[in-house]
Design a protein around this ligand. Sequence first.
Ligand SMILES: N[C@@H](CCC(=O)N[C@@H](CS)C(=O)NCC(=O)O)C(=O)O
Length: 208
Amino acid sequence: QEAMHMKLYYYPLSTYSQKVLLAFHEKDVPFTAVVLYPGDPQQRAELQKLTPLGKVPLLVLDNGWKVPESTTIIEYLDTHAGGPRMIPADLDLARQTRFHDRLADLYVNEPYRTVAREPDPARVAAARERLDTMLGGLDNHLANRTWVMGDSFTLADCAMIPPLLQYGSAHPITRFEHVSAYFARAMERPSVMRVRREVEAFAAKAAS
Ligand SMILES: N[C@@H](CCC(=O)N[C@@H](CS)C(=O)NCC(=O)O)C(=O)O
């Protein structure tokens, strides 16, 4: 089934936005970009008119459908937009991919965000502990894999790469040999390079 015309509301420095952008670029699917900063009260009000969640990313289709939540947006793309699948067709592989997507969002991205932004030292310490556990597990997992699910780049990589890219300096991955090699491979991937270029251009514009 053909994808409708798609408008993606996102913020370039948001890791969940980057996650969805990776899937768009992997699939080479065209979309209209609407850059919104949810931290700005006026832009947030505009976003809240579209979704009570008030969060980016948000996909809006020309039939009026609104698709919030990064994972759900990528599921929509898999069903309607063609290109390489981000969630394998095999049901067991699909479940494992979703499991790694949950791990990346809830237990890597969220603690990274806490470490980078939270002022409370006790919460930061707990988040660092969580990150060490998660990155240690990921390191073992990646010892004999190119991407999180093996040879194919999937939803799990779309979720795992942005927090490492955005917040890596706040809790370095250098101690984790296989995670570091994975990250280096990711940096060579055209979809990741495209997201990175946009992040850098946006940050440079914001600083000027
Ligand atoms: N579970 C959501 C998380 C989205 C999210 O947390 N977005 C952040 C930016 S990375 C946001 O819009 N925050 C604004 C707010 O929560 O007010 C997803 O996967 O899309």
